[in-house]
Design a binder for this molecule. Sequence first.
Ligand SMILES: [Zn+2]
Length: 302
Amino acid sequence: MEIAKAVNEKRGIGIDIGGTNIAIGLFSPEGDILDSTTIATNANAPFKEVEKGLFLAVDTLLGSNIELLGIGIGCTGPLDTNQGVIHNPYTLPGWGAVPIREIFQKRYNCNVQLENDANCALLGEVFARRGEESVRNALMLTFGTGVGGAVLINGQLFKSDTFGHPEFGHILVALGGEECYCGEAGCLESVASDSALSKKAKLLGFYDFHDLVKKGGLLTKGEAIVEEWSTAVSRALWTFAHIFSPSLVLFTGGVVESLFEIAKPRIIKNMERGHFYGDFTLERSILGIDAGVVGAATLILL
Ligand SMILES: [Zn+2]
């Protein structure tokens, strides 16, 4: 009698660790997301307390009879990606130093990779556009509580051993502008982040920037906010375009949903004054909040 043999299906896991939530996805070897779940980050708790829930979420997604190809982890920095250690006292204050690669390797006995979350988001978007030549030289700006970003040059992530990834939020765009926590004043982040926009919306009598959008005030009371955002972002892109000469520029983040279509023609118009940078296509993210987890999976699948 022939005994039915369980088929070991090959799967990968992608994990995207943010300051509030951790997204976990199950992937086919080709990078298609098959299932996903989210747990709370508990940024103020010790990592030991978070670890249990994280393992349970991964185990549940994997089920049985799975051949695990690897685990890719994207995380809000600072990180030591070479050593696979998270050390982020800013947005993960309770966690301490977490040797996450070693922890996952010990438990799952597979290839584990750690990368900055903005880098993962760009890798995810590039994966979603695979086959397009322009993605070999792509730049992404993420507009959230802060402003971050990532760059791919000839298909390779731009990063250094010591700093991990570029801090685009602290490019200077407004001389004499608002003071920033980094020690400078007039940084892109202090003008163009979600927090900066909400500060300005409050001055106009709205609860925050999203309240201004919801009440339809973007092109009336909020016109100056839109113009200032477009100008600040144009100035930052002016700098980036002249350094990196990207073919594709991507915007992602909550405020982009409201501002992109209105700001895009203003930004393009500002950029068209320049003679030295090559043309680039300006697009918004395709994957939205899933970009990070997809990009994390590509670390071990591709
Ligand atoms: Zn700054």
